[in-house]
Design a protein around this ligand. Sequence first.
Ligand SMILES: *[C@@H]1O[C@H](CO)[C@@H](O)[C@H](O)[C@H]1NC(C)=O
Ligand SMILES: *[C@@H]1O[C@H](CO)[C@@H](O)[C@H](O)[C@H]1NC(C)=O
Length: 370
Amino acid sequence: MILQRRRSNSFLIFFLVLTTLCSILFTIYIIYFSTLPKIPRRNSSPRLPNISNKGCTSSSNSEASIPNANNVPIMNLRKRLGKNKKKVMLLIIVSTAPARFERRQAIRTTWWKHCTDDKVKCVFVTDGFIVDEIQRELTIQERNRYNDMELQPLMGGREFGLRFLNQIKWAHANFDFQFLLRIDDDYFLCLKRLLSELPMRPKKNLVWGFFHCARATQITWIDEAFMIFTADIIDRFLSQNESVLLCHPHADQQIAIWLAKIPRKLYFHDKRLYHDPPASFSRKFDNIKNICDSYIGVHGTYADKMKNFGQNANDGKKTVVDIPKFSRFCPTTRFNYRLMDVRFLFHPKLCKDNPTWNVERTMFIGRENN
Ligand SMILES: *[C@@H]1O[C@H](CO)[C@@H](O)[C@H](O)[C@H]1NC(C)=O
Ligand SMILES: *[C@@H]1O[C@H](CO)[C@@H](O)[C@H](O)[C@H]1NC(C)=O
């Protein structure tokens, strides 16, 4: 009897352990797959238009040549508004993937709320050629509902450089801005603080953000997650000869390559920008209040943290300090893509050829992946 009960007990325990293990494994499996980024595969849908050469060239048969997949309202890159462009001090472009609805909502309920006066315009820019039908429908609905989103003629690939080129073309075609901020959708922004100090900042030659400085190789470049340019720099970018214009899969290297040809430019490495590791995973930001007293922007701020920061940010006008000499941060202002770490090393190619790179092989996906 006793022996039998022991045996049935151990069977019971074995059974319990087995089911617990199974459910743990299943949960891990579910979590893992639900957090993978949803990146549509190229050429996987016959419904999508042939977009070869549309990103980087500005052909003269302009508007008509931009494909309009399944009635997706694609942004107008080549309006000729002339003097009728909307005049703003600051144009903010938040670069975001269609699937990142939650991040956009977190922004809409936090720093977007300060985007009210007519000095500033805030827009989400996402890819309009969306393979997944449901995602495409949701994105169009979201755009129509909030009226704060533009869809660019790109698929959700890793064409960060092309994406940037599209964004500045659209910005240039539609707005007469003094400053352009291109920012990631996981950046908390102290917008009131920024707006209050912009009038005191240089109106020309300015490149403002968080820079990387590789001392060993003597190169520097601005991180693409947060970049402010004065309008003249954007003009310089867009007035490059299109037959020799270079594109790169990483926007920050492409911009560094373009900037290398501009002799007089003012690099502003802003220590009030928090960059890495993501704020959402850093203990430093647990229960932090009045974040805008110490920062002007915080990277790696995902939806929950965004709302958390927004509750008590104390955003507003603060003391403005002069732009520190760049040489105090980095001994060089030069850039050479050949000296980049092998993980990020790609050779630039002519934009007009609508180039692709074998990016999946070595591409850094870290932050995108959560
Ligand atoms: C896309 O267009 C180019 C040039 O018009 C053409 O050579 C190419 O075959 C087309 N590709 C597809 C998939 O239709
Ligand atoms: C652009 O570059 C090409 C190739 O070097 C050259 O033939 C052309 O004249 C240039 N165009 C302009 C407007 O400078």
